[in-house]
Design a protein around this ligand. Structure first.
Ligand code: GDP
Ligand code: GDP
Length: 435
């Protein structure tokens, strides 16, 4: 998969200059396909072994009268087909009516674009960018195309890393909801994997290449597709006498990364131990949604059960948004309900929300409880849009957001979580400040 990057912007903002820097070829690769206007240039570039294609869409001039309909149509087609759209503006000239028109055009096309402020050489980048924030783009890059500045770090952000490419390959191979089964040795992961698979139709799965690899098991349940990521490796455990395998943190981290939903298995007989909390920390850092399965609940006396529940309540207080189930993988009790939590977590992790909805929630939250004053001025939060999934990211634009206290961020997260009904999954907030 070679990503296609489309450059749009009014004349003279530096599209050709950026194009040449990205492709490092003046004209060699510029293809002359029939049916394309001569203004449409195609080139090929590479960044860290990731190939990409750049299109300079010359056709959106941003002057209404002067807009060549056919050229604009072709440019918009290129925009539609691109994986990444870069909207270039001139940091020296400042915001112009032409920029606003193109921004509007892009917005109406529904295609997400990144704002690129060019010609930031010899300028304070924050000042150069400030007036463009009102255009409301998801992300902004500062570059100086003619000085080849900022371009590499922009590509770094835009293009998938080698790891992400590997993960995407796996995602293609393993369809449906990917459930990572994670926990310390001996808590009952293999038993749970066997129980969850039960009678379900297991498609085929690869044996792990090395002991650091998990087993990925695609299967169907009630006509839905899932893949269990089994860190315990059920195949190697067929022999009862085999030693408990060594716990591999790398394997666990990879499983968490690859999963949509992580089921963290805890041994009720041992209670919640520090290592469990470390694993929970990894899941949260990765931004994955989480279901807690307290296992071996069978045959425990009521007093011991009450103790474990109390401990879970106290130490996992910060995880009040994650479902906790008390199960017996050995007997199968409570296992079915895990699937309900997994479904809810998946929905939350992958949810898509409209900008106007997020902005309305933000406005309500502010009306209920204003952000504090900083240096005599109130912190302003203007609007919000979604910046990603798994974990869901909410990008909030405003002023002085750097000074927003943690308590207010938590308030926002709780409010959004409640209104959007997000279970099991963290919500990441990113704040963009115009000053
Ligand atoms: P296009 O019409 O959008 O393709 O713009 P060009 O790439 O032809 O650039 C227009 C003018 O801006 C040229 O004179 C470039 O040398 C100049 N230019 C492009 N990038 C930069 C930059 O980063 N800094 C400065 N100072 N000038 C630039
Ligand atoms: P893993 O290392 O996390 O994969 O753990 P295993 O699935 O191999 O289980 C470790 C031990 O715990 C085995 O002896 C299992 O039979 C036992 N075990 C697993 N689940 C349960 C359970 O729900 N109840 C009880 N009583 N024992 C369990």
């Amino acid at each position: 998969m070679t990503p296609v990057i489309a450059l749009v912007g009014r004349p003279n903002v530096g599209k050709s200059t950026l194009f040449n820097q990205m492709t490092r070829s003046r004209d060699a690769l510029v293809a002359d396909f029939p049916g394309l206007t001569r203004d449409r240039k195609y080139g090929e570039g590479t960044y860290e072994e990731q190939r990409f294609i750049v299109i300079d869409t010359g056709g959106l001039t941003g002057t209404e009268e002067g807009l060549d309909i056919e050229m604009a149509r072709q440019s918009m087609q290129a925009v539609d087909e691109a994986d990444i759209v870069l909207f270039l503006v001139d940091g020296r000239a400042g915001l112009t009516a032409g920029d606003e028109m193109i921004a509007d055009h892009l917005r109406r096309s529904g295609k997400q674009a990144h704002l690129v402020v060019n010609k930031t050489d010899g300028q304070d980048p924050d000042v150069a960018a400030a007036e463009f924030y009102s255009l409301g783009f998801a992300s902004t890059f500062m570059v100086a195309a003619s000085h080849n500045r900022g371009i590499r770090s922009m590509l770094e952000m835009l293009l998938p890393s080698a790891e992400e490419r590997e993960a995407a390959d796996r995602a293609d191979r393993y369809p449906g909801i990917r459930i990572g089964i994670v926990g310390r040795p001996n808590v009952g992961k293999s038993t749970l994997v066997n129980r969850m698979l039960g009678e379900e139709r297991v498609v085929v799965y690869d044996m792990p290449g090395t002991t650091r690899d998990s087993v990925y098991i695609p299967y169907e349940r009630h006509e839905k597709q899932y893949t269990l990521i089994d860190t315990a490796g059920i195949r190697r455990r067929k022999n009862v006498n085999e030693a408990v395998e060594k716990f591999s943190i790398i394997k666990t981290l990879k499983a968490i990364d690859d999963a949509h939903v992580v089921i963290l298995v805890i041994d009720a007989r041992e209670g919640l131990v520090d290592q469990d909390l470390h694993l929970i920390g990894f899941v949260l850092d990765a931004g994955r949604s989480l279901v807690i399965a307290v296992n071996k609940w069978d045959g425990m006396d009521p007093e011991a059960r009450a103790q474990v529940k109390e401990q879970v309540k106290r130490r996992l207080d910060f995880l009040d948004y994650a479902d906790k189930h008390y199960i017996s993988a050995l007997h199968g009790s409570g296992v079915g309900v895990l699937y309900e939590s997994v479904e809810a977590c998946y929905e939350s992790a992958m949810a898509k929300w409209q900008t106007n909805r997020l902005t309305a929630i933000l406005e309500d939250a502010i009306a209920q409880h204003q952000p504090p004053m900083v240096r005599g001025r109130r912190i302003k939060l203007r609007y919000a849009h979604q910046g990603g999934s798994n974990p869901p990211v909410v990008v909030v634009h405003g002023n002085q957001t750097d000074a927003l206290p943690g308590s207010y961020k938590r308030y926002l997260e709780n409010t959004f979580r409640k209104v959007l009904n997000v279970t099991g999954s963290p919500i990441r907030f990113e704040f963009r400040s115009a000053e």
